[in-house]
Design a protein around this ligand. Structure first.
Ligand code: ADP
Length: 289
């Protein structure tokens, strides 16, 4: 069961009682539960006493941003805790996973293309959010190269060096990449609506066997970011990428940009886990500079 004070706040947000809380596995950082309510309906609860107070409200905004694209199934937000109250929580529509249906990969590829095509008003997002437990700034920029440098690579690089997880010399290595960045990013493309943290753990299956995306770090960005992250950590079949490319063909030079797009999740992993990820970052830099 969940703690009494949290339960009271959740019940007040839902307007009814919680009769059971069953812990769910599979989450990265938070505690997740299936709550059964007095009307016997289920809702999904995510909570974390240590999480920054803005984390769940930011996730709720991200889920809504993705849902507004009407491209892929996204859990509906029921409530997010006020930013002044601890522990933070997020209540979502409960989506009971079924087995993936035969068209799952095709639907995911096409749906992701439609999500990306839904676009955004700028490279950026209405507020800062989080990737895993790490803060992610989203100030708007006119070009993808500026955004990727200032809001993605530089903050993670700074955090890795300041936290002693990378040597100061890494900043010099990145300077070379930053000079080349406007060319390396390729032709300009319309802003894409991104999930932003698309590893296979954030792919859910809905009750009909259709794909559903959870736990986003959403923003307006370059569509190759989502695709490169899917390739980096695996778990997505070739049909997903083929269906995507049929629905939204990739632009020339796409394959050469994959490692560039993977630099961000790799730096995030240096900051989360350290170890071998630093060498992967260096390998990518050597490939471009
Ligand atoms: P974390 O933020 O800790 O990574 P997730 O958002 O990934 O947590 O959720 C943890 C697990 O809960 C997921 O792996 C998934 O199995 C399940 N889950 C997430 N959202 C829902 C939902 N709306 N309905 C049912 N189960 C969900």
């Amino acid at each position: 069961m969940i703690d009494g004070a949290l339960r009271a706040r959740v019940e007040s947000a839902l307007g009814q009682g919680v009769v059971n809380a069953a812990r769910l596995s599979g989450g990265d950082i938070n505690d997740a539960f299936e709550l059964t309510l007095t009307d016997r309906q289920s809702v999904f609860l995510k909570t974390n006493a240590q999480a920054p107070l803005t984390m769940f409200a930011a996730e709720a905004r991200g889920l809504e941003f993705l849902e507004q694209a009407s491209a892929l199934r996204i859990p509906k937000v029921i409530a997010a805790s006020a930013e002044s109250e601890r522990p933070g929580f997020l209540l979502l529509e409960f989506i009971r996973p079924a087995r993936p249906r035969r068209s799952f990969d095709d639907e995911l590829g096409r749906g992701l293309a439609a999500l990306h095509r839904a676009g955004a008003s700028s490279f950026g997002f209405s507020q800062p959010n989080f990737i895993g437990r790490l803060p992610q700034t989203n100030r708007p920029h006119a070009t993808w190269a500026e955004f990727y440098r200032a809001e993605r690579l530089e903050p993670q690089l700074r955090s890795a060096i300041d936290g002693g997880r990378a040597p100061t010399s890494l900043a010099r290595d990145f300077e070379g990449l930053f000079r080349l960045l406007p060319e390396l990013v390729g032709e300009s493309e319309p802003v894409a609506r991104l999930h932003g943290d698309l590893w296979s753990g954030n792919l859910h299956v809905d009750e009909h066997g259709a794909p559903c995306l959870i736990d986003p770090a959403a923003y307006g960005g370059h569509r190759e970011i989502d695709l490169a992250m899917m390739e980096l950590f695996g778990g997505f079949g070739p049909r997903v990428f083929a269906a995507y490319a049929e629905a939204f063909p990739l632009t020339p030079g796409h394959a050469e940009r994959v490692p560039l797009c993977q630099l961000y999740p790799l730096l995030v992993h240096v900051n989360l886990f350290g170890g071998g990820y630093l060498e992967s970052v260096r390998r990518v830099l050597r490939a471009y500079c």
